[in-house]
Design a protein around this ligand. Structure first.
Ligand code: OAD
Length: 247
């Protein structure tokens, strides 16, 4: 371990050890080592189209078949992925704190699979499918095979229970994230490029309320500007080291 990395890890571990209330914000980077492609990395394309272009209500309205093919591909891909040491380290941190929030932008379910209990899914989950009109919902694993699956209750289109660009975030997830931002003493931000709102602003808001900010990422991001310490390296290696130093 190089001296700078050791110093930064010790600083971060001291911050976490001194806190009673900790919030974690994760993005696609924490699942990269499990084989789930990030959005803005090389794997963020499907048949030459960007994942972000397909994740919109407009794309679904104009071509639900194509959008469903993309999501079935993503849902099927999750069957083989497993949590990595980064997810597991975060699950191991949770019981140490009086209050702990794990706010994720990921829709892959890997935090729960790793044993995290209080997970706030800001962008929904691929595990569930819902009707775009009525209250019907089902597990994505139970979806009918039709290229464009329809609601058995009202015949409108079924859609994955994820948040698309331009859509509102689930109110209960927003409330949970808001509580985390207001109450945490330390916020640990892992594997997000920090460019999609509102999550991109959580660290800045928490900092303006006096929280310390720790970032884990392969590279500097806009969040680095407000972080007390940025641990540069893969989350699957950095988070277990951090956990170990927290004692
Ligand atoms: P991005 O793909 O924008 O960013 C992934 C971040 O993870 C980058 O900053 C990488 O440097 C970092 N990273 C990659 N591998 C890593 C590793 N092994 N360890 C640590 N960091 C690593 O993904 P998000 O920030 O999650 O929204 O994107 C935010 C939102 O934009 C997504 O939830 C999605 C997307 O469009 C919606 O679909 C609504």
């Amino acid at each position: 371990m190089v001296a700078d990395e050791r110093r930064d890890l010790l600083t971060a571990a001291e911050m976490l050890s001194a806190a009673d209330r900790v919030a974690v914000l994760t993005g696609a980077g924490i699942s990269a080592e499990s084989g789930v492609p990030t959005f803005r990395g090389e794997g963020g394309f499907w048949r030459g189209r960007s994942a972000m272009e397909l994740a919109t209500p407009g794309a679904f309205a104009s071509d639900p078949k194509d959008v469903w093919e993309f999501y079935r591909f993503r849902i099927a891909g999750l069957a083989d992925v497993r949590p990595n040491d980064g997810h597991r380290a975060l699950a191991a941190l949770e019981p140490r704190y009086e209050k702990f929030w794990l706010v994720t932008q990921n829709v892959d379910g890997l935090h729960r699979a790793a044993g995290s209990r209080r997970v706030i899914e800001l962008h929904g989950t691929l595990a569930e499918t819902r009707c775009r009109s009525c209250a019907y919902r089902c597990a994505s694993a139970d979806l009918p095979a039709d290229p464009v699956p329809l609601c058995p209750d009202c015949d409108d289109l079924l859609r994955p229970d994820v948040v698309w660009f331009g859509e509102q975030l689930p109110p209960e997830a927003l409330e949970g994230a808001d509580e985390a931002v207001r109450e945490c003493q330390v916020m640990l931000v892992v594997g997000t490029s920090g460019v999609v709102e509102p999550a991109a602003s959580f660290a800045r808001w928490a900092r303006s309320r006096g929280a310390g900010i720790i970032e884990v990422n392969l590279e500097a991001t806009p969040i680095s500007e407000v972080a007390d310490v940025t641990l540069l390296g893969p989350a699957g290696a950095m988070l277990p080291k951090l956990l170990e130093l927290c004692g």
